[in-house]
Design a protein around this ligand. Structure first.
Ligand code: A3P
Length: 289
């Protein structure tokens, strides 16, 4: 299999910048021992990862705000693929919540035999691409995205953080996890966060009162998260994430692609994505055009 050209570190067609992920870190991830009550949020980048880092601890602990006010999101719900996991894993409250951008095939062996649950967050790929374009501008560990048109080519060829969106999505949509996996869309979370929280809570076997659901929704809103220093990446030095170029919590809306895509770009995007999804047994929750 050919490797995406611009990846500094790649396994098959999945890529991470070398500064983020080194071989020994991936080895650590592969050795990670899942527990049956672990909960894993899985996303393709820019689909709502940090949103789930805010939501999961609150749903699992019945709405206690302490973790989101005292622990930065990367330690609160750590990344399976980052070396910090080794430092914080013993401090995680049980049941543990983790996140990953790994495709299904790169999950550690213990994941497949455990009963750990997965919440896979999907987002319309056109909005993902726009969000990713700005993220590539502000993240010092990623290549400059070039023009929007150039970035579209890279995105469609999978020469961006975590490779092709279609590969990632297919790997998790076709997983053999049965009722261990729940799919939710960024769009339904934007449209009705309390209803999404009820779905998540039911899936995780929590029995949250309506009062707690409303409290969690309030604290996980875009506006509140934007002002939470434990969640908005303001603790990260500018050299890694420069919010003057673009804030991490940028717009938090559905359909920003309409402000960025030309009709030619839309046609190109739809043509490539539709072709790659041909013959798949699942359908997308949104129309591509
Ligand atoms: P935009 O760039 O479109 O604003 P990830 O965490 O996977 O990198 O995804 C980042 C995207 O999720 C950004 O999208 C960010 O603004 C959005 N996001 C994060 N928290 C959100 C919230 N509470 N409500 C709506 N969008 C949120």
């Amino acid at each position: 299999m050919s490797l995406p050209r611009r990846c500094t570190y790649a396994i098959t067609d999945f890529c991470f910048p070398e500064r983020l992920t080194l071989t020994r870190v991936l080895e650590f991830a592969q050795e990670f021992k899942f527990e049956d009550d672990d909960v894993m949020a899985v996303t393709y980048p820019k689909s709502g990862t940090i949103w789930m880092q805010e939501i999961l601890p609150l749903v699992l602990n019945g709405g206690d705000l302490t973790p989101i006010h005292t622990i930065p999101n990367w330690d609160r719900v750590p990344w399976l693929e980052e070396k910090r996991l080794a430092l914080v894993v013993d401090k995680l409250a049980s049941p543990r919540a983790l996140v990953t951008h790994f495709p299904y095939s790169l999950m550690p062996p213990s994941f497949y035999t455990s009963k750990a649950k997965v919440i896979y967050v999907m987002r319309n790929p056109k909005d993902i691409m726009v969000s990713s374009y700005y993220f590539h501008q502000m993240a010092g560990f990623l290549e400059d995205p070039g023009t929007f048109d150039e970035f579209m080519d890279k995105f469609l060829e999978g020469e961006v953080l975590c490779g092709k969106w279609t590969d990632h999505m297919k790997s998790w949509r076709n997983s053999a996890l049965g009722d261990r996996i729940m799919y939710i869309t960024y769009e339904e979370m934007v449209q009705d966060l309390p209803a999404s929280l009820r779905r998540i809570s039911d899936f995780l076997g929590r029995n949250l009162t309506e009062e707690v659901i409303q409290k969690i929704a309030e604290h996980c809103s875009f506006t509140t998260m934007k002002t939470n220093n434990m969640s908005n990446f303001s603790l990260v030095p500018n050299v890694y994430m420069d919010s003057d170029k673009s804030p991490f919590l940028r717009k938090g809306t559905v359909g920003d692609w309409k402000n960025h895509f030309s009709s030619e770009q839309l046609a190109r995007f739809i043509s490539v994505i539709s072709k790659e999804l041909e013959g798949e047994s699942f359908s997308l929750p949104w129309s591509l055009d």
